[in-house]
Design a binder for this molecule. Structure first.
Ligand code: ATP
Length: 463
């Protein structure tokens, strides 16, 4: 069970996210829509940074991975071939008394019972009583998580389409297109970032589980002989990515191999990268699996298209695939939780007492939504003019924020709270004496004078 103060951190974080423009409840003026969120001005910068870093590391800096942006609406046969139509469902139970809905596997999990599809359907004792009100639970029903819609004006069975529940299938159906157009040789990967939709029974925990979310998925096609080696390679790559590229604290991450009875029928191996979330303890951030040739084989059978590969010796086979599949929103949540720190007062002149806590979001510099804040010491035209020019020049290269209201101490504190790594203050010495500004470092709080003409180079090295 998470500790009380850990749950408290989530409350503080949700409130900070709204107050400082990271994440808002969706359609709030209408009372909000459950488990739906909008990214505000700072949230979208943070989220874009996550996607940019993933794309940089997974596509642009590699020779063997190609990018793709497939449509969200796909031919309905896709979902027949992938197995989603038949088996992409969660076991659902309802409480007859309080009418709440639960996932049967979650109820068992909380009681320390390992969920197993077979015994779940026999409705063991553990699934008789509502965990919230003690009322009687219904039998388990399998609930398909795909959102159904209709293409065109007629709502009949011939026009049914689905919002994709994962981005992966857009990659599999384009395997041949990418292989042929890029003259790709094994091993090679196709990467995609995009929205996915799942009609989750129990969304919640802020942006951890929502019905509309974004995924970053790589399908890495390999010779079956190499699959084990490549699987291990990707486990290591992806685990280290969170630490090295996003600055997540290593001790809050772990790699959990799935047990045999947890594996999807088509996977020979799967591991989750888990983060120690304040609300559930360890939970999935990304899954990496060896899906063998299941997907290409299925699409080949259902479409009638050959989706194979001919190697240099003329041998023809269907490649295996290693899939690292991550959630953008869950990564954003991880970054927010991991960066959140409360430091006892005295950091800025606004907190004289050490009892007064100051919040600092210790974002990795690449992830921080705003890199540099520009702060004229006082609202005087001479200072404002230099500050505005400086702002104009720095924002060509970095995301910046201009702030001239309240005392400098209070402004430093505001920037700490949104995790800005550097603040630049323009004072009277700047214009009267040395043409230099004070640069304050968020983490060390060291201040140094830097010549205005050297600032771009200075930040070029720092950021
Ligand atoms: P879970 O067991 O949490 O439902 P999953 O195993 O079904 O997740 P995958 O199908 O492996 O998830 O999806 C890959 C990644 O997509 C997950 O690791 C997660 O980061 C993200 N993801 C999946 N479902 C959601 C959701 N409803 N909201 C936000 N992110 C999600």
């Amino acid at each position: 069970m998470p500790k009380k103060e850990e749950i408290n951190i989530m409350e503080k974080l949700v409130s900070l996210a709204k107050r400082r423009g990271f994440i808002f409840p969706s359609s709030e003026i209408y009372g909000g829509l459950a488990s739906s969120y909008d990214y505000g001005p700072l949230g979208i910068e943070l989220k874009n940074n996550v996607k940019k870093i993933w794309w940089r590391d997974m596509v642009q800096q590699r020779k063997d991975v190609f990018g793709l942006d497939a449509a969200i609406l796909m031919h309905p046969k896709t979902w027949e071939a992938s197995g989603h139509l038949k088996s992409f469902s969660d076991p659902l139970v309802d409480c007859r008394k309080c009418k709440k809905r639960f996932r049967a596997d979650h109820i068992l999990h909380v009681q320390g019972i390992k969920p197993d599809l077979g015994t779940m359907h026999e409705k063991p004792e553990a699934l008789k009583v509502c965990p919230e009100c003690g009322g009687e639970l219904t039998k388990i029903r399998d609930f398909n998580l795909m959102f159904k819609t209709f293409l065109g004006p007629v709502e009949d069975s011939a026009s049914i389409a689905y919002l994709r529940p994962e981005t992966a299938q857009g990659i599999f159906v384009n395997y041949k297109n990418v292989k042929d157009s890029m003259r790709a040789k094994l091993p090679f990967g196709i990467a995609q970032i995009g929205k996915s939709f799942r009609n989750e029974i129990t969304p919640g925990n802020f942006i951890f589980r929502t019905r509309e979310f974004e995924q970053m998925e790589l399908e890495y096609f390999v010779n079956p002989k190499e699959a084990n080696k490549q699987y291990k390679y990707w486990l290591e790559q992806r685990f280290n990515w969170y630490i090295e590229s996003l600055g997540i604290e290593k001790s809050n991450l772990r790699l959990r191999p799935h047990e045999k009875d947890e594996l999807a029928h088509y996977a020979t191996a799967c591991s989750d990268i888990e983060y120690k979330f304040p609300f559930t303890d360890w939970d999935e951030l990304e899954g990496i699996s060896n899906r063998q040739d299941y997907d290409l084989k299925q699409h080949s059978t259902v479409s009638g298209e050959e989706l194979n590969y001919r190697d240099e010796d003329g041998k023809v086979f269907i490649p295996y695939v290693i899939e690292p599949s991550a959630g953008v929103d869950r990564t954003v949540l991880t970054i927010l939780v991991d960066a959140y720190s409360e430091i006892s007062g005295g950091r800025t002149e606004t907190t004289k007492s050490t009892k007064d806590l100051e919040v600092v979001m210790k974002f990795h510099k690449d992830v921080a939504p705003i890199k540099i804040a520009i702060l004229p010491l006082v609202k005087k035209e001479k200072l404002q003019k230099v500050a505005a020019e400086l702002h104009q020049s720095l924002k060509q290269n970095w995301t910046t924020m201009y702030d001239e209201t309240a005392s400098v101490g209070r402004r430093y504190r505001r920037q700490d709270e949104i995790g800005t790594p550097y603040c630049v203050t323009i004072d009277f010495e700047t214009i009267e004496k040395d043409n230099s500004v004070t640069v304050r470092d968020r983490d060390t709080m060291m201040q140094e004078r830097v010549k205005i003409e050297e600032l771009v180079e200075y930040f070029g090295e720092k950021l």
